[in-house]
Ligand binder design. Structure first.
Ligand code: ADP
Ligand code: TYD
Length: 198
């Protein structure tokens, strides 16, 4: 994929389920918009047909790790071509709730080989800034609602947390690790101060 001339800053918030990504992306987008920036909020899995297939069907279980890995990579590529690429010229910021880092962390835990996942995502666009919101497992367990079935089991989330913290050693990319076990406003102030330095 040829390198696109980028104008928008592409920022991703990553972290385990329940770490506060959605909360923080929404507050960040609101703050940037209130300050006059043109901002696009995106998520992965995306809202395109492959993303919908993943969210509505594949994540419910019963599909092989290989099928899921390929669909996440295909969703990401289509999402880049249809949404991110045109938006790079139109917006000041593109804020993404997850990106290919999620595949590098989760898909090996579901049984796919890390090197294969890395190769599948070779052309995924690199962010200008990547946050990992980190919470300890006890905070994760306390935050989890009694009836919340989307959260995975404690042992799995421990591996996800480790997977994120290990990413720094596996890749050359820079990550800003954010302590997500603090009040929402405090976390937001940290995130926004890094974003405004871009
Ligand atoms: P994610 O998108 O990473 O899964 P969410 O933003 O949806 O996480 O947050 C998961 C739950 O935790 C939600 O109920 C949210 O209101 C709550 N939450 C998010 N951030 C904090 C925080 N800093 N302190 C306490 N609760 C939080
Ligand atoms: P998401 O809707 O962001 O969940 P949450 O709000 O709980 O963080 O993502 C759905 C699930 O998909 C989540 O468990 C992480 C997983 N996922 C992957 O396994 N691979 C990927 O590439 C992505 C983007 C998400």
């Amino acid at each position: 994929m040829p390198e696109e001339k980028k104008l928008a800053k592409y920022i991703v918030l990553e972290g385990m389920d329940g770490s506060g990504k959605t909360t923080q992306t929404e507050i960040l987008v609101k703050f940037l918009k209130e300050n006059g920036f043109k901002v696009l909020l995106v998520t992965e899995p995306s809202k395109n047909p492959i993303g919908k297939l993943i969210s509505e069907k594949l994540l419910k279980g019963g599909f092989s790790s290989e099928v899921i890995s390929l669909c996440f990579a295909a969703d990401r590529m289509l999402h880049f071509e249809e949404t991110i690429k045109p938006a790079l010229r139109e917006f000041d910021f593109i804020i993404s709730d997850r990106n290919f880092y999620s595949s590098l962390v989760y898909q090996p835990l579901y049984g796919s080989r890390y090197d294969w996942i890395k190769e599948l995502n070779r052309y995924a666009v690199k962010p200008d800034l990547a946050f990992i919101i980190d919470i300890p497992i006890d905070v994760f367990m306390n935050r989890r609602g009694e009836t919340d079935i989307i959260f995975e089991k404690e042992d799995f989330q421990k591996k996800v947390r480790k997977g994120y913290l290990d990413l720094q050693n596996k890749l050359n990319d820079d990550f800003v690790i954010i302590d997500g076990a603090r009040p929402i406003d405090e976390i937001h102030l940290d995130i926004r101060s890094v974003v405004l330095r871009l």
